[in-house]
Design a protein around this ligand. Structure first.
Ligand SMILES: [Cu+2]
Length: 164
């Protein structure tokens, strides 16, 4: 009895863990890094940035910097307020909220040369594991996915309480 419960508990935990998305780390520009003349629009296209993910800006110390700016400043390549620049050469920014974020390099005319990045950050969500091959199972809608992962979490809690 206890063993069966334990097996069920382990199965539920594994199942629940599979629904949790692992945060991703993106090196901005990949091997080109953070530099003028790189098309960061193209780089960002098709990527899904989510809350919890990290952007890493790689560049030679002193050559560039990273400033988070407003949409207007981004468009104009003109930092109109006093803002703190990141200058380490390996600037990691963890995305903590959904929505748009704008970054540019504040050195010389680098922004005008394309050293600017806008990202759209999606909420961190749990991702359902691959559909079971069972054809009788209809594809779950977004809502039922949420309910089912909540249900799994509830089951984990219940199972833990029973075991304690
Ligand atoms: Cu620069």
């Amino acid at each position: 009895m206890a063993f069966n419960l334990m097996l069920a508990f382990v199965a539920i935990i594994i199942s629940a863990l599979r629904t949790i998305a692992v945060p991703a780390e993106y090196v901005v520009g990949d091997e080109k890094g953070w530099a003028p003349g790189v098309n960061y629009m193209a780089w960002a296209e098709g990527k899904e940035f989510r809350v919890g993910d990290t952007l890493v800006f790689e560049y030679n110390l002193g050559d560039h910097n990273v400033i988070e700016v407003s949409r207007e400043e981004f468009k104009a390549c003109n930092v109109s307020r006093t803002r703190t620049a990141l200058t380490s050469g390996h600037d990691a920014i963890t995305l903590t909220a959904g929505g748009k974020k704008w970054y540019l390099c504040g050195k010389e005319n680098h922004c005008n040369l394309g050293q600017k990045l806008v990202v759209t950050i999606l909420p961190s969500i749990t991702v359902q594991p691959a559909q079971s091959p069972n054809p009788s199972t209809p594809p779950a809608s977004g809502l039922s996915k949420k309910i089912s992962s909540r249900y799994k979490l509830l089951m984990v809690v219940v199972a833990a309480m029973i075991m304690l």
